[in-house]
Write a protein that binds this ligand. Structure first.
Ligand code: BGC
Ligand code: BGC
Length: 630
C-alpha cells in the first residue's frame, strides 16, 4: 500500500499512524473507514484478506487464532481479546435450551466482535455430529456408523444439508463434523463416529456430508442471498481411529487419544484418503487429532499437518486444534504452543484459559520462536474462510431457518436414514424354514428390553450432553413407540425386563437392548458386550417365547453371548437417533432391509484390531459388507 492511499483511508487525526503504514507496520488502535477494501464484498477474497491483514495489530491477529469455549467467557472477552471464534463443547447449551436462546447467545457474542475496531465477525462452532445434537428437540440422525451401514451418499448429503439448516437457525454456521476416522478397533469409544473400517466408504460418505453441509442453501426461508454459508470440519487428522489398545495416556482412557503406528503406505492407503477427498470437496476446516502417529502427537506433526495436508493436498482452509490438543505436546506450555503453531495449527481450541494462550503466543512471537510469517499465514487462512462464507456480510443468526428444526421433512429424512441403516444379521424361526422377520402388523406382539422405550439410549453419546444420557432427554419416537404405531398399540404388550404377567409361546417377542451412552475415551471398553441385566432379559424372553427378535442398539459390533446368538433374528440397529419409527419400518417390512455391515463383526475381542480381519489372520462372525434381505 502506498502512503497516499493509506493516508486517505484513515482519519486525519490518525495521520501519524498512516506514516507507519508504508513500512508495513499495523495501524493499531485507530478506527477504520467504512469503505476499507476488506469490507467491500465485490473485491476478491485474497484482496480483502491482504487488506485486512495489514491493518491488524499482533493482538488482533492472535485473537483470530483463539477459540474459547463459551462457558469460560466473561462479558466483554470476545471484544477485548479480539476472539476469532467461540465454541460450545458437548452439552454446551444455553438455558433455556431453545433455538431463540441459542441465536440470542451467539448474536450477543457477535455484537461484541462487531464492536471492535476492525469489526471482524467471530465464527461460532459446535459439534453437530448427528444433527444439531446439543439443541433440545432438534432432529437427531443416526450416528455415522449407521450411515456407513446404509452406505448411501445421497442420503448422507441430505443429512448434511438438514443438519446445516438446523444449526444455522441457532446462529451457528460451523460444525465440527464429519468425523472421517477410519476406525480399526471397535473397543474405541468413538467407533460410532466413524462411518466404517473401510477407507473408501469413509471417503465417499465424508465427502457427501461435506457437500451437503457446506452446500446447504442459507437463504431458505430468508431473503434470497442472505445468511452466511455453513462450513464443515474433517476430523481428526490423522489416524484417530487407528490408535492401538493400551496406548492412551489420557486419564482412564485405553485407546482414545493413543498412538497409531504404521508405515507410510498404511498412512496413505488407509488413513489419508478421506482427507484427500474432503479437500477436493472444498472442506473449509480440518481438526487435528489428539492421537499420535508413531509416537509423536499429531498436533506436533509438521510433516503431516503442514507438508502433507496444506502442501501436498493443497488444503487452503484453516486447521483447528482439538480441545486443548496442543497442550498434550509437551508438559511445558510455552514449548507446546510454539511446537503446535509451527507444526501448522492455525486456530487453538482453548476450553478454559484464553489469556494464557494469547500471552504465550505473544511472548513466542517477540522471542521469534514463532515467525510473523507463520502468524500471518494462520490469520490469512482464518480470514479467507470467513470471507468465503460471507460472514462479514451476514454475521447474525439466520432465524428464518428455525421453521426447519424438527420439520416434517427433516423427521422424514431421519426416519429414512434410521431405516436404511438397519442390518439384519440373522433371520430364522425355530421349527420353520422361514424367517421370523418381517413381523406381521396384525399379530399380538411382546416387546421387552431396557432400550426399547429410551430416546437417550437410541441416540447415544453427543446428544444433549457430551456423554449422552439415558432417558427422555429430547423429543423423538422410541423404538417401542414406532412398533406401537406400526402394529396398533392394543396388540403390543411391553415389559422392560421380559417379566410378562402372561405370555403366549406362539407370539413373537422383540427384545431391544444395548449400550448405555458414552463418548470419546469414556467409551473405551475391553469387553464390548451387553450387560448382565440385558442378557437376563434375553434369557427370560428365550424361555417364554418360541420366536425372539433381538434388536441391538450399539455404537459398534458387540461380542455376543450364547443367549443373544440363539435369538431367531438379530438386527444391528446402531444408534438410530430420535426417529425409532425407522427401525419399526424395517421390522414390519415397510422398508426392505438394505443395511450392510460397515465393520467386521468379531467373535471375541482377542481377534482385534480390525487389521487382523483385513489381513485374513482372523475370521469374523459376520464379515464387513454382510447383511440379509428378504
Ligand atoms: C473432541 C472433538 C470435538 C471437540 C469439541 C473434543 O474433545 O475430540 O471431536 O469437536 O471436543 O467439542
Ligand atoms: C466437553 C467436550 C469435550 C470434552 C473433552 C467436555 O467437557 O463438553 O466438548 O470434547 O470435554 O474432554
Amino acid at each position: 500500500m502506498n502512503i497516499r492511499h493509506c493516508a486517505r483511508a484513515l482519519p486525519l487525526a490518525l495521520a501519524f499512524i498512516a506514516l507507519s503504514c508504508g513500512t508495513g507496520a499495523p495501524s493499531g488502535g485507530g478506527k477504520v473507514p467504512a469503505n476499507a477494501a476488506y469490507r467491500n464484498p465485490s473485491l476478491d477474497v485474497e484482496a480483502r484478506v491482504a487488506d485486512l491483514l495489514k491493518r491488524m495489530t499482533l493482538d488482533e491477529k492472535i485473537g483470530q487464532m483463539t477459540q474459547i469455549e463459551k462457558g469460560s467467557l466473561r462479558g466483554g472477552d470476545v471484544a477485548s481479546l479480539y476472539l476469532g471464534s467461540v465454541l460450545s463443547g458437548g452439552g454446551g447449551s444455553p438455558n433455556p435450551n431453545t433455538p431463540a436462546s441459542w441465536a440470542d447467545m451467539v448474536d450477543r457474542f457477535q455484537d461484541e466482535a462487531l464492536s471492535t475496531r476492525l469489526g471482524i465477525p467471530m465464527l461460532y462452532g459446535v459439534d453437530s455430529v448427528h444433527g444439531h445434537n446439543n439443541l433440545k428437540d432438534a432432529t437427531v440422525f443416526p450416528h455415522n456408523i449407521g450411515l456407513g451401514a446404509a452406505n448411501d451418499p445421497e442420503l448422507v448429503r441430505a443429512v448434511g444439508a438438514a443438519t446445516a439448516r438446523e444449526t444455522l437457525a441457532t446462529g451457528i454456521p460451523w460444525t465440527f463434523a464429519p468425523c472421517v476416522a477410519v476406525a480399526r478397533d471397535p473397543r474405541w469409544g468413538r467407533t460410532y463416529e466413524s462411518f466404517s473400517q473401510d477407507p473408501s466408504l469413509v471417503t465417499a460418505l465424508g465427502a457427501a456430508f461435506i457437500a451437503g453441509y457446506q452446500g446447504a442453501d442459507p437463504s431458505v426461508g430468508a431473503a434470497a442471498g442472505t445468511g452466511a454459508r455453513p462450513i464443515a470440519t474433517a476430523k481428526h487428522f490423522l489416524g484417530d481411529g487407528a490408535a492401538r489398545w493400551g496406548t492412551s495416556t489420557t486419564g482412564t482412557y485405553k485407546i482414545d487419544q493413543g498412538d497409531a503406528a504404521g508405515d507410510e503406505a498404511y498412512l496413505r492407503t488407509v488413513l489419508l484418503p478421506p482427507y484427500a477427498e474432503a479437500v477436493k470437496a472444498g472442506v473449509k476446516t480440518v481438526m487435528v487429532s489428539f492421537s499420535s502417529w508413531n509416537g509423536l502427537k499429531m498436533h506436533a506433526q509438521k510433516a503431516l499437518v503442514t507438508d502433507l495436508l496444506k502442501g501436498e493436498l493443497g488444503f487452503a482452509g484453516f486447521v483447528v486444534s482439538d480441545w486443548a490438543g496442543m497442550d498434550q505436546i509437551d508438559g511445558d506450555y510455552y514449548k507446546a504452543m510454539v511446537t503446535g503453531i509451527n507444526a501448522g495449527v492455525d486456530m487453538n481450541m482453548v476450553p478454559y484459559d484464553g489469556r494464557k494462550f494469547i500471552d504465550t503466543v505473544k511472548k513466542a512471537v517477540d522471542a521469534k520462536d514463532i515467525s510473523m510469517a507463520r502468524i500471518d499465514d494462520a490469520v490469512a487462512r482464518i480470514l479467507r474462510v470467513k470471507f468465503e462464507m460471507g460472514l462479514f456480510e451476514s454475521p447474525k443468526a439466520n432465524r428464518a431457518l428455525a421453521s426447519t428444526i424438527r420439520s416434517p421433512e427433516h423427521l422424514e429424512l431421519a426416519r429414512k436414514a434410521a431405516a436404511e441403516s438397519q442390518v439384519i444379521l440373522k433371520n430364522e424361526a425355530t421349527g420353520t424354514s422361514g424367517g421370523v422377520l418381517p413381523l406381521s402388523p396384525s399379530a399380538k406382539l411382546y416387546v421387552a428390553g431396557s432400550a426399547a422405550d429410551n430416546i437417550g439410549i437410541q441416540c447415544g453419546g453427543w446428544t444433549m450432553e457430551w456423554q449422552g444420557k439415558s432417558g427422555n432427554i429430547t423429543a423423538g419416537t422410541t423404538i417401542l413407540a414406532g412398533i406401537r404405531e406400526a402394529a396398533g398399540a392394543d396388540r403390543v404388550v411391553f415389559e422392560p425386563w421380559a417379566k410378562f404377567a402372561e405370555t403366549d409361546r406362539k407370539a413373537v417377542c422383540v427384545v431391544v437392548v444395548g449400550e448405555r451412552p458414552y463418548a470419546e475415551g469414556m467409551g473405551d471398553s475391553a469387553s464390548i458386550s451387553l450387560n448382565a441385566g440385558d442378557i437376563g432379559t434375553i434369557e427370560r424372553a428365550r424361555e417364554s417365547f418360541d420366536r425372539v427378535v433381538l434388536v441391538l442398539l450399539s455404537g459398534r459390533p458387540l461380542i455376543l453371548e450364547e443367549a443373544a446368538l440363539s435369538c431367531d433374528a438379530i438386527v444391528a440397529s446402531w444408534l438410530p437417533g430420535t426417529e425409532g419409527s425407522g427401525v419399526a419400518d424395517v421390522l414390519f417390512g415397510k422398508v426392505a432391509p438394505k443395511g450392510r455391515l460397515p465393520f467386521d463383526w468379531p467373535v471375541s475381542t482377542e481377534q482385534l484390531p480390525v487389521d487382523n480381519f483385513v489381513s485374513g489372520n482372523q475370521k469374523p462372525l459376520w464379515p464387513f459388507g454382510y447383511g440379509l434381505s428378504w
